[in-house]
Design a protein around this ligand. Structure first.
Ligand code: SRM
Ligand code: SF4
Length: 519
């Protein structure tokens, strides 16, 4: 591997400098010591930056109470794992909780550094890892949450996604080959027809496509969101069969990005900036050289031809007599008791499996028809509904100011309260996907929403108050496209009226009073 400055021939920014001084992954060997000395005594760069290589995030908003970001390849977990995670957060009382993320992953809250060595032992015994889940690493790899269950699926991606994760993370122990990328990196592998993964917003995405009657994947590259620029992924003009070639392509692209990606300016370091600089032909041929063999040209069309589903409610599986049931988890937040209860439901009614979705909800698969009537009476379904109201149903929200120091506004609580009150005020004929994000980093993906709300500060009556920029026009599933900013600087306290009008004007919503009068 070449050093970062030699790779680019440019002056290193402060992130590149500290990575060059000591690789982030190296803190793995210092964890016991850090746990013993206490977080206040840990070197500042190790504390606030390098620990993220292990998925441990110092939260300036709640010092001493860390966030632990896991990896959940394809969003798949099971009751045993969920219980292990519940017992971890349980010990932190009111501070302990978990969030389902927009990359169908889990983040634990309230974690203390002194407990990390023990927590990591437990994760390892349960076959889980949090390694390389933050900073300049490859994030959780997403796939269809109904992989292996959906009768209309084309390719079951679960095995491939695990293999790609194992390649990148050294089977979960950490892999120095990919711990110093120029920036974060996202990979998605879609096996269904509805683009459940938002392929277009990933640095690499595989989407199903037939080439010469063989089923495989077309490859897209360079999609990303950042405060400075948002770009949809573009075709690499490559097709791969659904086998180890997928792993090889990921490895080759990561090597090319690692060795040649721009590192001078963090705002211009994502993969698309390299592709812009080189042009697609040079990028593609360098990837081929890294693979040591040519790539097949892309199939003319892909098989993404469905609108996106949200998976909420009861759905028959391809296995006769079995169903998957999507539970709505309001803004993705789970308490320890919820996690224990969900693990119990998965075992009593299903086969112990649990899936997570990029809409921050969860799915319990493999529930036989015969057990459905009793399952549907379970009290916890009052909280995690199978029939949420239309605006609550499709709500997504990033972490916001409660835990994230980048946040310009509080998101999750506000998002839920507003959706609930709008659902009461309006009859909305179909779900409207509303995504909240607390700052321009776009973790809550406002650009894929029907209505996206991005946190900002606005001036109202001479005061700086919390507000949003409004995005509209995001289309998901077939012919996905990114939404655009349509209105800037709306104060949050004015949002109920503004949103009400948008829903009436663009989504056929009717005020409930009028609704009642017409009956
Ligand atoms: Fe994100 C940074 C949360 C998905 C773009 N993101 C952060 C940090 C780590 C900032 C920090 O240190 O506080 C946030 C942690 C807050 C916390 O305590 O939870 C954070 N991002 C999240 C999550 C949890 C949002 C959620 O509530 O679901 C998502 C975790 C996914 C996961 O499991 O790994 C999350 N972040 C995303 C996405 C969406 C996606 O991947 O589909 C994006 C936009 C897509 C992309 O990256 O291209 C996203 N996050 C960012 C960025 C801007 C990246 C850039 O190139 O500029 C940052 C800031 C950065 O990296 O400098 C960021
Ligand atoms: Fe934090 Fe901003 Fe990401 Fe929300 S969008 S989690 S506020 S970095």
């Amino acid at each position: 591997m070449v050093s970062a400055s030699k790779k680019t021939g440019t002056k290193l920014n402060k992130f590149e400098r500290y990575k060059a001084e000591k690789d982030g992954l190296a803190v793995k060997d210092e964890l016991e010591e850090m746990a013993q000395m206490g977080w206040e005594a840990v070197d500042e760069t190790d504390l606030t930056q390098r620990l993220k290589w292990l998925g441990i995030f110092f939260r300036p908003v709640t010092p001493g109470k860390f966030m632990l970001r896991l990896r959940m390849p394809n969003g798949v977990l099971n009751s045993h794992r969920l219980r292990v995670l519940a017992t971890i957060v349980q010990r932190y009382g009111d501070d302990g909780s978990a969030d389902i993320t927009t990359r169908q992953n889990l983040q634990l809250r309230g974690v203390r550094l002194e407990d990390i060595p023990d927590i990591f032992q437990r994760l390892k015994h349960a076959g889980m890892t949090s390694v390389q889940s933050g900073m300049d690493n490859v994030r959780n790899i997403t796939g269809s949450p109904v992989a292996g269950l959906d009768a209309n699926e084309l390719i079951d991606t679960q095995g491939l996604i695990r293999k790609v994760q194992d390649m990148i993370t050294g089977n979960g122990d950490g892999n120095y080959a990919f711990t110093n990328l120029p920036r974060k990196f996202n990979i998605a592998i879609e096996g269904g027809r509805d683009n459940s993964v938002h392929a277009e917003i990933n640095d690499i995405a595989f989407v199903p496509a037939y080439r010469e009657e063989q089923l495989g994947f077309n490859v897209l590259v360079g999609g990303f969101f950042s405060a400075r620029r948002c770009a949809a992924a573009i075709p690499l003009d490559a097709w791969v069969p659904p086998d180890d070639t997928v792993v090889d392509v990921c490895r080759a692209i990561l090597e090319v990005y690692r060795d040649h990606g721009p590192r001078a300016n963090r705002q211009k370091s994502r993969l698309m900036w390299l592709i812009d600089d080189w042009g697609l032909d040079r990028f593609r041929s360098t990837v081929e050289a890294a693979m040591g063999r040519p790539l097949a040209r892309a199939a003319a069309t892909d098989e993404i031809d469905w609108d996106k589903r949200d998976h909420i409610g009861v759905h028959p599986q391809k296995q006769p007599g079995l169903n998957y049931v999507g539970l709505h988890v309001p803004v993705g937040r789970l308490q320890a008791d919820d996690m224990v209860e969900i693990a119990r439901l998965a075992e009593v009614y299903g086969n112990g499996e649990i899936r997570l979705t990029v809409e921050q909800n969860l799915i319990l698969p493999n529930i036989p028809d015969s057990r459905l009537p009793v399952f549907l009476q379970e009290p916890v379904l009052q909280k995690f509904s199978l029939e949420p109201t239309p605006l609550v149903r499709s709500l997504v929200s990033c972490t916001g100011s409660r835990f994230c120091n980048f946040a310009l506004i509080e998101t999750k609580q506000r998002a839920l309260a507003l959706a609930q009150s709008l659902d009461q005020a309006l009859a909305v004929p179909q779900p409207v996907r509303i995504h909240w994000t607390g700052c321009p980093n776009s973790c809550g993906q406002p650009q894929v929403a029907d209505i996206g709300l991005m946190g900002t500060k606005v001036r109202k009556d001479g005061q700086a108050v919390e507000g949003v920029d409004i995005y509209m026009g995001g289309k998901v599933g077939k012919d996905a496209q990114l939404g655009q900013c349509v209105q800037k600087g709306v104060a949050c306290e004015d949002l109920p009226q503004v949103m009400q009008q948008l829903l009436i004007d663009h989504f056929q919503a009717q005020p409930r009073e009028a609704d009642n009068q017409s009956q």
